[in-house]
Design a protein around this ligand. Structure first.
Ligand code: GLN
Length: 315
């Protein structure tokens, strides 16, 4: 069996992903995101042995957008408990686009899950009611392993000025009693968390903690409770790639979460954490280059959660 080296595989994955960039476009509904170069593409890996590998534009900073919803869910579950959190938001995939407000009106007043915008706004409301944004940022920095992680002010302003759909969802939820907190304060929190910027190395650090069942690889310290990890990763499988989650589960098979800034955090269970950035996104809001990098890595390294194949790649 030919033994391959991971650095080579990662470069091949990047080149494979690059071929699909022209099938997507940068998000334009947030004006600041429309300015990003759609040809950027980068990936970082942190293995369970603590090794790091990078390829492409991994040092480029981007806003994490909906990836922040996984960390606000961790924060809420660990501060308020799952019973309370899931009294405000459901556990089911919606099958609708991430910014849909259809079901808030017609099906039930509760958002389907914490990863669609309405659900994440409801969770942000819980946190904003009792904590400062800085408390949330401390958790983000700890999980990503870098103290200098900040909010991109221009993206924040851009989202706040143009987020009429998100505002509508928040007011609908305020009207039905799902949101108890001040709408504008909640939205400020939500837009700020979406505008946090980092690079793929930061994201891979976080991903490696997810892949390692909540324990930081280099220190052996548990940063996320076991019960939180179970809920979080289950929701990442069923809802992490929005209305593309089913196909992603088949083609890639890793708990993952995307953001319209082009980031994807993916956890290859007990093997490695993967952070991706590729701002050209598909109609479902998932990075097209990133999606294909993950599919390539999943096949080459046997990372699909139902794969029992042994990989011939050393990492
Ligand atoms: N900030 C974005 C929004 O609210 C997040 C959406 C996303 O990344 N899918 O529309």
């Amino acid at each position: 069996m030919e033994i391959k080296n991971i650095a080579e595989v990662l470069n091949d994955a990047l080149e494979y992903g690059r071929k699909y960039i022209n099938k997507g476009n940068v998000a334009t509904y947030i004006p600041e995101l429309a300015k990003v170069d759609k040809n950027l593409l980068g990936v970082s890996i942190v293995t369970m042995g603590g090794k790091r590998y990078h390829a492409g534009d991994w040092q480029h900073e981007f806003t994490i957008q909906s990836i922040s919803k996984t960390i606000s869910l961790i924060f809420a579950l660990e501060h308020f408990g799952s019973e309370y959190v899931f009294s405000k938001v459901g556990m089911e995939s919606s099958g609708d686009p991430f910014n849909s407000l259809d079901k808030l009106e017609i099906k039930n007043k509760y958002p389907s899950n914490p990863f669609i915008n309405a659900g994440a706004i409801a969770v942000a409301g819980l946190i904003a009611d009792k904590y400062e944004f800085e408390d949330y940022l401390v958790l983000v920095r700890r999980l990503c392993g870098r103290d200098l992680i900040e909010v991109d002010k221009n993206v924040y302003i851009s989202e706040n000025e143009t987020g009429l759909l998100n505002r509508s969802m928040a007011y609908l939820m305020k009207n039905s009693g799902v949101l108890d907190t001040d709408v504008e304060e909640t939205l400020k929190f939500y837009f700020r968390m979406c505008s946090i910027k980092m690079n793929t190395n930061d994201l891979a650090n976080y991903a490696s903690i997810l892949a390692n069942d909540g324990v930081e690889v280099k220190s052996g310290i548990r940063l996320i409770d076991k019960s939180t990890i179970k809920i979080l990763k289950s929701l990442m499988v069923t809802c992490g790639m929005y209305d593309g989650s089913g196909e992603f589960a088949i083609r890639v098979g890793m708990p993952a979460k995307s953001g319209v800034g082009g980031g994807i955090v993916a956890s290859a269970e007990n093997k490695m954490g993967i952070g991706i950035f590729g701002p050209a996104i598909d109609t479902q809001g998932n990075s097209v280059g990133g999606y294909h990098i993950l599919e390539y890595l999943s096949n080459e390294l046997g990372l699909h959660y139902f794969s029992r194949e042994l990989s011939n790649v050393v990492y």
